[in-house]
Design a protein around this ligand. Structure first.
Ligand code: HEC
Ligand code: HEC
Ligand code: HEC
Ligand code: HEC
Ligand code: HEC
Length: 215
């Protein structure tokens, strides 16, 4: 009886079983990698050269985010304030404070305080603060309750899936522009309708095509 299939074919089942096993190992690794905190960086809260507290300055002293992060509405980049901004007050308030020594040194030498950056996107992903803030995405939506933080902590993964969740359904997240720096903002009951109306009239269309964020 002539063989219809060459003998070699018998190894195929083994090979494909191997491929399936290898594939699952890869999938598990990928899942672990993507969702582990190191990858998403949720919870990252590096120690800063000055124990600057957002809770004290924003919640207790009532300062608006834009007093210090004053580029946020006009630039891609949301600046950390220069020493001069701190010295507006700390030239008069707490002038002997040890905690503020690096600020006074920076003022005397002209060298900036070396703040440690908390939030990072990889270079291949494009992001603009101005576009988001002017479309009614609040700081709180992406950075959480900064007014309650002694030390700034990353609270959202800033992953691609996270960006797209909002880009696909922005009506669930927008707020009036006057409220973008409000902390603890409570949406009115009809906010989805209001947002849909705004999205229609202003033609707000967050992109989901690859080249909008990667180019
Ligand atoms: C008095 C000035 C001041 C005010 C007001 C202020 N910040 Fe900041 N902010 C800073 C300084 C200084 C840093 C850098 C040190 C640090 O991370 O704590 C910073 C860091 C941050 C970071 C982390 C940036 C990074 O490195 O990724 C975020 C996010 C932030 N601020 C959001 C806010 C929000 C939201 C508000 C308003 C609710 C606000 N800030 C109000 C001074 C200020
Ligand atoms: C609008 C005024 C104002 C500005 C601007 C300001 N601060 Fe303050 N800061 C204060 C006041 C008021 C206190 C609290 C003083 C007290 O505890 O009685 C304070 C307290 C502090 C303390 C605690 C000092 C201590 O010894 O207890 C630090 C640290 C500090 N600020 C850092 C900064 C930094 C860094 C900046 C610039 C990014 C800044 N502040 C900008 C008003 C300001
Ligand atoms: C749609 C989400 C989103 C909103 C809204 C948003 N941020 Fe950010 N923020 C980010 C991301 C993402 C980064 C990291 C950017 C990078 O590494 O290029 C960041 C970084 C920062 C930084 C560090 C400097 C920088 O630009 O990398 C500061 C300070 C900051 N944000 C403050 C604010 C303040 C204040 C507001 C509100 C007025 C705000 N952000 C609103 C997502 C957001
Ligand atoms: C909570 C909602 C929300 C989140 C989160 C968000 N976006 Fe957006 N994004 C928007 C809205 C709203 C617009 C404005 C669209 C418009 O005006 O047509 C926008 C616009 C953009 C644009 C187009 C900018 C331009 O120049 O027209 C890019 C690129 C973008 N987002 C990237 C990102 C990235 C990267 C992230 C994640 C790190 C992110 N976004 C997270 C809501 C969001
Ligand atoms: C709204 C903005 C946005 C859009 C649209 C987008 N990406 Fe991304 N992408 C990101 C961000 C932000 C990251 C970085 C994620 C991180 O650092 O965790 C990323 C990361 C990636 C990575 C690196 C691997 C990874 O997952 O970290 C690849 C590959 C990628 N994107 C491909 C694509 C492709 C293909 C498309 C179109 C189908 C696309 N992206 C559309 C924002 C976007």
């Amino acid at each position: 009886m002539p063989q219809i299939f060459p003998k070699k074919v018998n190894v195929l089942p083994h090979l494909s079983l191997g491929a399936v096993l290898f594939g699952s190992v890869l999938t598990i690794f990928a899942l672990w990698y993507y969702f582990s905190p190191e990858y998403t960086d949720v919870g990252y809260a590096p120690e800063q050269p000055v124990p600057y507290s957002h809770r004290l300055h924003v919640d207790q002293l009532g300062m608006d985010c834009r007093y210090c992060h004053n580029w946020v509405e006009v630039s891609d980049w949301s600046n950390v304030p220069p020493t001069e901004t701190c010295m507006n007050c700390h030239g008069i308030v707490k002038t002997e404070s040890l905690a503020l020594l690096p600020v006074r040194e920076s003022w005397a030498t002209g060298e900036s305080v070396e703040w440690v950056k908390v939030h990072h996107l990889p270079d291949y992903a494009q992001f603009s603060h101005a576009v988001h803030v002017n479309s009614g995405v609040g700081c709180e939506t992406c950075h959480g309750r900064v007014d309650e933080m002694e030390v700034v902590r990353q609270v959202e993964p800033l992953s691609m899936g996270w960006c797209l969740e909002c880009h696909r359904e922005p009506e669930l997240y927008l707020r009036p522009n006057e409220e973008v720096t409000t902390m603890g903002y409570v949406q009115p009951a009809d906010f989805v309708e209001r947002n849909l109306e705004r999205i229609r009239t202003q033609g707000i269309q967050p992109p989901t095509n690859c080249s909008a964020c990667h180019y």
